[in-house]
Design a protein around this ligand. Structure first.
Ligand code: KG4
Ligand code: ZN
Length: 457
């Protein structure tokens, strides 16, 4: 093990501090090597952005600037550690992708801490961190797994071969599902319904209202013709089109708001929200199924290296690989929208009852509070990289040479000159882009596949 890093791992194991500021949550957490969460503090800007009618990047930045030091101090105090200098082994920070102004606040703060206390800096990819989050709570998830990441800023399908090796197989061409939910919530003025709707996200408000739906009345969000990307033979998605369907019901909703008939309004909104959730599910599940088929019919044969070692536990976390490329597969669903109990239950249900019946598929998600942005997922991803580097003797302090920015993003940086070269990257793919290869594979879903129709009924 590298001596510099060995020195930073105390008797209780390494402690990684994780910082997240890629969008509108200021998150700082401290994680111990054995998986013990010492603290996980988040300052959400949700209420402020609800009153502005959406996230304004410069406003989000101001809130991060005003809160990051307080949240970091709170996280450190909660951890009951003695001092940053003595106990923290490394500082991990989201530097990609996200809102540039927001990312910069976290990156600058992390650099400042790393330099001040002479700690290694670990730049983290936000979406990779979402995908790895469930592995902290559940070590029985095995590599390679299929990740469905649905949040306010992204919608993507990827195969995670290793903690640091992802293959992108599909993504949204326009809005992310969380973005759609937030826009619909805004247009229907859900926050004006009062508590709790004035303090929860658009997605959470829509999930809550959808529970009132007594019968599947509104089918116009989903029918054979209106499911976007249905006939496209990729795993790409599109959610912006659903907003057009709102036009049909908005006059009714507007009138109910005017008349002030709350019960009737809640009923109507309930049907609308239920219908919207089904519409999102129909598309997401179809693309997930397609991704699964791509994995089974192509990827596992073309990537034998992913199965070559029977144990991938050299990181010491008890996370294993599948031993062969047989039909085993785990699915991870993560990101803010994965907090939606309806979507998650239905995805689990669909995977359990069909998917070529005899072939095992387990669906995992983080616990609800860890689906949305937090510092813990950054600390956890940072911990994996830290232990990997500690055990494979790579610490660039000793290499003496400046590395390319891409390399810097994938390493543990001990050299302060190189820390200076770590920047925010607002756009950054989760990994190797296989979307064109998926398209070329040109396969059809089986004729018997009619999940959307079942979901509509
Ligand atoms: O991952 P996240 O915290 O931030 C991004 O990286 O985008 O996701 C935030 C998104 C928001 O659009 C929010 O409306 C949505 O997650 N969300 C939900 C639920 N809770 C949060 N969507 C559906 N159902 C929920 N219960
Ligand atoms: Zn996120």
């Amino acid at each position: 093990m590298d001596q510099n890093i060995r020195n930073l791992i105390s008797a209780h194991g390494a402690h990684v501090l994780g910082i997240e500021t890629s969008c509108d949550d200021t998150g700082v957490a401290i994680l111990r090597q054995d998986g013990q969460i010492l603290s996980n503090c988040v300052n959400s800007q949700l209420r402020q952005h609800l009153s502005h009618g959406g996230i304004i990047p410069m406003v989000a930045k101001e809130y991060h600037v005003n809160n990051i030091d307080r949240v970091a101090k709170e996280a450190f105090e909660k951890s009951k550690l003695e001092s940053v200098a003595k106990n923290i082994s490394a500082i991990a920070v989201t530097n990609r992708p996200g809102l540039d102004y927001s990312l910069q606040v976290g990156v600058n703060y992390a650099k400042h801490l790393a330099k001040k206390y002479s700690k290694p800096l670990i730049p983290i990819h936000h979406m990779q961190a979402h995908a790895l989050m469930p592995l902290l709570e559940n070590r029985s998830i095995r590599f390679p797994f299929l990740a469905l990441l649905i949040s306010g800023g992204h919608s993507l399908l990827a195969i995670c071969e290793r903690y640091n090796k992802f293959h992108l197989i599909g993504q949204s061409q326009d809005d992310a599902p969380g973005e759609l939910l937030d826009k619909v919530a805004r247009r229907t003025r859900l926050r004006n319904l009062g508590p709790p709707f004035d303090r929860i996200s658009g997605g959470a408000a829509i999930e809550l209202l959808a529970k009132r739906e007594t019968a599947n009345r509104f089918k116009y969000f989903i029918n054979e013709r209106t499911i976007p990307m249905m006939r496209v033979k990729t795993c790409n998605m599109s959610f912006a089109g659903y907003r057009g369907n709102l036009d049909k019901i908005m006059p009714t909703i507007d009138e109910l708001w005017l008349r002030g008939n709350r019960e009737k309004l809640l009923d109507e909104l309930g049907h609308l929200c239920g219908s919207l959730q089904r519409a999102i599910l129909a598309q997401v599940f179809r693309k997930l199924y397609r991704a699964l088929m791509y994995y089974r019919m192509h990827w596992r044969y073309n990537n034998p290296q992913a199965f070559q070692t029977t144990s991938d536990d050299h990181l010491g976390f008890g996370i294993m690989k599948f031993e062969d490329s047989e039909d085993w597969l785990d699915i991870v669903v993560s990101g803010g929208v994965a907090a939606n109990g309806y979507l998650l239950d239905k995805i689990r249900e669909c995977c359990a009852t069909d998917i070529e019946s005899s072939k095992p598929v387990n669906v995992y998600a983080p616990s609800k509070s860890l689906c949305s942005d937090n510092g813990l997922m950054i600390a956890w991803n940072g911990m994996m990289r830290y232990m990997d580097h500690a055990q494979t003797n790579i610490c660039d302090k000793d290499k003496g040479s400046l590395q390319s920015r891409k390399d810097l993003n994938e390493t543990v940086i001990c050299n302060s000159d190189e820390m200076g070269r770590v920047n925010s990257l607002p756009v950054c793919s989760i990994g190797l882009d296989l979307i064109k290869i998926v398209e070329k594979a040109d396969f059809k879903l089986p004729k018997s596949y009619n999940k959307e129709l079942k979901l509509m009924s």
